[in-house]
Design a protein around this ligand. Structure first.
Ligand code: IMP
Ligand code: MG
Length: 313
């Protein structure tokens, strides 16, 4: 089985947790977009891991591929390898991956006017388009298992493809220009068999741009919404169902996982209607009923941050 885990909102939906749980049943864990702008927090055996390039399956000893489409900051990646006890020589890295250079991070050091993660992402992708990039292909000595073409996943092996960011940050389908610089979807060459979309029970956003609702700072605190990569407080809002509808319409997931419902326990839960008005849904139980009726592909609810996924039957 080839499974994709991707975000239906603005990143930080809890994909890391979902990818971690689903990776148990897969041989490979693969990243294919973005770079150290991404950040996942994963707990394994009570150890907290902050991951940026490596997919969550790394803490389970899965085979790892960093595939075409990614951009890599070598010093950050090597530090992640050390923290996760991963030998660089065990990592499979596409020769097409582009290298983030000091000039890229320097150029991005002011957030490039849209509140980026300051990792040089737009600049390295720009150099890729300008044919000025440096790739692993250009290295005479590469510390990783470098491959050409697709990752060496055998036909009898399963793979979990872990996307970074979310649909609303996709360079084409997202809220351009307040977006990242890559697609959040893998190339069709990967022949994904199952798509798992992840949505958080409310909305969070780091960086500038929509959504244009009053931010709920109590929710940032209650939800512990601070960026894994930047430490910035994420602006939080109620769920925006019409944006989820859009994300679902373009990405057609087979299953949806809703994360962090527990954070809304005890609240008078609301959503935004398309005209911007807030609508009261009520208690957590009413909210769960609302979500299941509105988004029938929901198959799991997951609790934060260490909890399991509860299957909806
Ligand atoms: P960049 O990807 O660093 O260029 O940032 C572009 C926009 O995407 C900014 O609004 C960032 O805050 C946002 N962004 C990029 N990566 C992530 C992520 O992994 N989670 C949440 N927001 C992100
Ligand atoms: Mg994140």
């Amino acid at each position: 089985m080839r499974t994709l885990v991707y975000g239906l909102q603005y990143g930080d939906e809890g994909k890391g947790r979902v990818s971690h749980l689903l990776s148990r049943n897969h041989d490979w864990a693969v990243r294919f977009n973005g770079g150290p702008n991404a950040g996942h927090t994963v707990y394994e055996n009570d150890i907290k891991y902050k991951l940026h390039h490596l997919p969550a399956g790394v803490v389970l000893g899965k085979k790892i591929a960093l595939d075409t489409g990614m951009v890599i900051d070598l010093s950050i990646l090597l530090a992640e390898c050390e923290k996760t006890n991963t030998k660089p020589s065990d990592l499979f890295v596409s020769e097409n991956v582009h290298i983030i250079q000091t000039k890229h991070t320097e150029a991005d050091s002011d957030g490039s006017g849209i509140g980026t993660t300051k990792k040089g992402i737009a600049y390295v992708y720009a150099d890729r388009a300008l044919k000025k990039g440096v790739r692993f292909k250009d290295f005479t000595d590469c510390p990783f298992q470098r491959y050409r073409g697709l990752p060496p996943i055998q036909s009898n092996e399963s793979a979990l493809f872990e996307s970074a960011q979310g649909v609303m940050l996709d360079v084409d389908y997202g809220q351009y220009p307040h977006v990242t610089s890559s697609s959040v979807f893998p190339s069709s060459l990967h022949r994904i068999e199952k798509r798992v979309g992840v949505m958080k029970a409310y909305t969070s956003r780091v960086g500038d741009g929509p959504p244009n609702y009053p931010a709920l700072s109590w929710l940032s605190k209650k939800g512990d919404e601070y960026g894994t990569t930047t430490g910035r407080e994420r602006k939080c809002y109620w769920l925006i169902p019409h944006e989820i509808d859009y994300a679902l319409s373009i990405s057609q997931p087979d299953e949806i996982v809703v994360t962090k419902l527990d954070i809304l326990e005890g609240e008078q839960i609301r959503i935004y209607e398309e005209n911007g008005d807030e609508k009261i849904i009520g208690s957590l139980d009413s909210y769960k009923d609302f979500l299941l009726a509105r988004f029938p592909k929901i198959k799991y609810f997951s609790e934060s941050p260490k909890g399991d996924m509860t299957q909806i039957t």
